[in-house]
Design a binder for this molecule. Sequence first.
Ligand code: FE2
Ligand code: FE2
Length: 471
Amino acid sequence: MSIDHLSKIPNNVQLADDRRLQRALEKWQPGYESWWRDLGPEASQNMDVYLRTAISVDPGGWANYGYVRMPEYRWGIFLAPQDEGRLVNFGMHKGDLAWQEVPGEYRTDLRRLIVVQGDTEPASVEQQRHLGATCPSLYDLRNLFQVNVEEGRHLWAMVYLLHAHFGRDGREEAEGMLERHSGDSDKPRILGAFNERTPDWLSFYMFTFFTDRDGKYQLASLAESAFDPLSRTCRFMLTEEAHHMFVGETGVGRIVQRACEIMREHKTDDVRKWGGIDLPTLQKYVNFHFSVSLDLFGQELSTNAGNYFSMGLKGRFHETKIKDDHLLTDAAYKVPEVKGDQIAMTDASALLAVNERLRDDYVVDCQRGVDKWNRVIENAGIDFKLTLPNRAFHRRIGVFSEVEVTPDGRIVTWADWDRDHSRWLPTDEDRVYVGSLMQAVTEPGKIANWIAPPAKGINGQPLEFEYVRFN
Ligand SMILES: [Fe+2]
Ligand SMILES: [Fe+2]
């Protein structure tokens, strides 16, 4: 697939051959650039940042690294290569050739799916825009900016689909992406978790671990779509997304490691006294970010999700690796329900339960990361275990939104919840404490006291490398 690097919008979709589309996207571009200036990373306009830029979709080498001023980042449109004979793998169109155009009857639903996904991309950039001022190291600052520019590119990816396949409605939706803003009371972002603040770096790592991982599962199921351009777009986005989750997993892991070092060095549980973030506080942040991210998967049983599946718009995680008929007309799937003061599992229609199945896959993946953090604690010889709270804990969407549940899965009264929730979720005091640690460290090779250095640098560079230059 040939890549056009030189035109105003780098792309591998032969944009130059479609002048109307090219003009429409070039008209959207200045609005995007001013959005980045106004709501992208604060005070970063003059920094030179050691970033990777996508230059190809070849798995062997798709990016190059170099210093970039972020407003000049080469955001582009990159789709994974087209597989000519690709078939629809699930739903009522199973066995047909994948669609290169949007079928008229699915236009509204497909547009909605793309808009909801697309809206999350700039939202997280907005949520994270103040973090640069308190970075724990240049390495971390660079990673934050890498995540930010790539979320910007993911917005481009979705806007391309809207412009290329949805006519005037698509162009209006593309404008809307720049008009809604995270936390804006008049025009908020579409999904709740994307209107929360990301006030400190602990929240940032938790967000990239838990919430970007929701993104991974959403993208992976959209990558199964019968609508081939959407599938190809999402497949390439997933390549970039992997780094975001790496940032989260290693970020939390390094905070865990630092807490353990302090505990051993000073023979104490009072990690805060030595300026670290203690393990019980980390547990509270895990509880919070895991539960709000679980909500992003939607209702346990969803007619919409079942319809999207039957229509071939959105599949399951690794659809083709699942051994069943991929139609789900008679299949059952276990979903949780609330029965009196108990949580029970019950058989439901697998078709209606595709959200819950995706949530199940997600939970397994989260547990894998938590296990890694626990190995750090174990290796330090410390008797403490981080755990994922029960999925019913602190939920606002689905069957558990009506009840209050402890992290270990007991349904409790509102009065109990009121009395005890400060043991399970970050309190104002916890947040103030974490906030008090957030002081910028910008000398190359230096790192804040509350986090351990990374195991290695970026792209083979040492930790002392000047990942960001201030001008
Ligand atoms: Fe993204
Ligand atoms: Fe991401």
